[in-house]
Write a protein that binds this ligand. Structure first.
Ligand SMILES: [Zn+2]
Length: 166
């Protein structure tokens, strides 16, 4: 096998391993689900992983970088360099369909897609994460973390978290 081909194989393995690292705030989501894993480059066996933070100043990012290093090293692939890429900024539109479904199963309303957003003038509508009712109200801009808002459903009367658009 030539060097370029073995780099490509290594790259695919690292994408799988790094992508499977769980988000520290929402452990049901991987960083691949979130779209936080941006790229993996391998050159002559040297690995560089690029990640983009979901929210600027998100303290979870240091933990994610460390977990990527540990996971790749534990697989016997050597220690990768982890690079944080701030531009272009992360957007909730990078979240995969799998990620959105997992988020909803976890009881958090997934972020609306850019095309379906009606966030102007406070007219944002978030369907209930439990019963899908559109009759909901925002209780608080910030829930357990700054990435989420607290909403309440007027149909099933349950409060739920909403992963805010960004
Ligand atoms: Zn409901």
């Amino acid at each position: 096998m030539n060097a370029a081909a073995s780099d490509e194989l290594l790259r695919e393995r690292v994408i799988g391993i790094a992508g499977a690292v769980a988000d520290p705030e929402i452990p049901v989501l991987t960083i691949a689900d979130l779209g936080v894993l941006r790229d993996v480059a391998v050159d002559g066996g040297r690995i560089e992983v690029s990640i983009t933070p979901t929210y600027s100043g998100c303290p979870a990012m240091n933990m994610i970088a460390l977990e990527i290093e540990v996971a790749v090293e534990a697989a016997g692939l050597g220690r990768p360099a982890v690079r944080t890429v701030l531009s272009p900024a992360w957007t909730t539109d990078w979240m995969s369909e799998t990620g959105r479904r997992k988020l909803k199963d976890y009881g958090i309303a997934p972020p609306a897609r850019a095309a379906g957003r009606r966030a102007l003038f406070g007219a944002e509508t978030v369907p209930c994460a439990r019963c899908n009712s559109a009759d909901t109200e925002k209780l608080a801009e910030f829930a357990s973390t700054s990435c989420k808002a607290l909403w309440r459903c007027k149909t099933c009367l349950e409060p739920f978290d909403y992963f805010k658009c960004h």
